[in-house]
Design a protein. Structure first.
Length: 319
């Protein structure tokens, strides 16, 4: 079949078709509906579950891949937003309400990784990315302190919205990028030489070169929401072909070629907040959109959220 497929897939450049981006399910599958604002899905291979956040309801939910059942993972969760995994398969969570980044240990206890920078409380951590060296990078906009809807209304102690890095050895929180309207989603390129960060208020995605010492270059614009478009950029994920998939809110899910060209989109009936790859082959895209969690099995495979290399908890051959 050639040309644009009606409904779910919208081809804007022929590379969307030739790259197998349209070779998948014909329609979205609704896994759950009933959230107030769904964000932060992450697929946990050891559990075969997706954990995600329902921010205004102050709860984390989980969907079981084997049974399709949905239940509460954690209630009174600190108005959590973004979730990811570290190199040991532990859950890393950005808690907007508690203004901190935490790790859920294998025994279920919660460890605080960061709640301050230079003695000042963080604004409201939003999304996190784990590098293969174990460092954790996170965005800290003010979404959770502007009102009581997604957190607790408060004044920013820092006075700006930034991106930070948590050192894996010392736990030091270091500012790595500033000058954002509202930094939101962030993801490393598959080779970890670049960091991509969306700025929801400014309407663009910035890309930074990652230096060996954990600092970043000045950065440049990778993609921009054009005037009059519905797109607002939230979180970001790569596939193994180097294409960047972006939760674009009212404009569905965007797909960008490595050169920055918007080559296609997935049309979603609700406002798309976050996306995540999962399933046994990492070819199932999970979409948190407003009130619902959706999925679509695709013809492309996503990269792992903790970067390249073996993970003993995931790869049986490395045990």
């Amino acid at each position: 079949m050639s040309g644009e497929r009606p409904g779910l897939y919208e081809m804007l450049d022929d590379r969307f078709r030739t790259g197998r981006c349209m070779n998948g399910d014909e329609a979205l599958e609704v896994l759950f509906t009933g959230c107030r604002w769904a964000e932060g899905p992450v697929y946990v291979p050891a559990w075969r579950q997706v954990v995600w956040s329902d921010i205004p309801n102050d709860r984390m939910l989980r969907w079981d891949e084997e049974t399709g059942a949905v239940g509460v993972f954690r209630r009174s969760a600190g108005h959590t937003n973004g979730n990811t995994l570290d190199r040991e398969g532990r859950l890393i969570t950005c808690e907007q309400g508690n203004r901190r980044v935490t790790r859920t240990e294998h025994d279920g206890t919660v460890t605080v990784l960061a709640d301050r920078w230079q003695g000042k409380r963080l604004n409201s951590p939003n999304d996190a990315a784990v590098k293969s060296d174990g460092s954790i990078w996170f965005s800290d906009p003010d979404f959770g302190i502007t009102s009581d809807y997604e957190g607790y209304r408060a004044q920013s102690e820092i006075g700006s919205n930034n991106v930070y890095r948590i050192d894996p050895a010392t736990g030091e929180v270091r500012l790595v990028a500033d000058c954002f309207g509202a930094p939101n989603g962030l993801v490393f390129s598959p080779d970890e030489r670049q960091l991509f960060v969306s700025d929801t208020r400014a309407g663009f995605i910035r890309v930074f070169d990652v230096r060996d010492d954990g600092t970043l270059s000045e950065g440049k614009v990778f993609a921009e929401a054009r005037a009059g478009e519905k797109a607002r950029f939230d979180n970001l994920r790569f596939d193994d072909g180097g294409r960047l998939w972006v939760a674009a809110m009212d404009d569905g899910v965007h797909c960008y070629d490595p050169d920055g060209t918007l080559i296609g989109r997935l049309n979603v009936p609700e406002t798309v907040a976050n996306i995540a790859w999962g399933g046994a082959k990492r070819n199932r895209l999970f979409i948190a959109a407003e009130t619902s969690l959706y999925s679509v099995v695709m013809g492309v495979n996503g990269t792992h959220p903790t970067g390249p290399g073996r993970r003993p908890w995931l790869d049986p051959a490395s045990r």
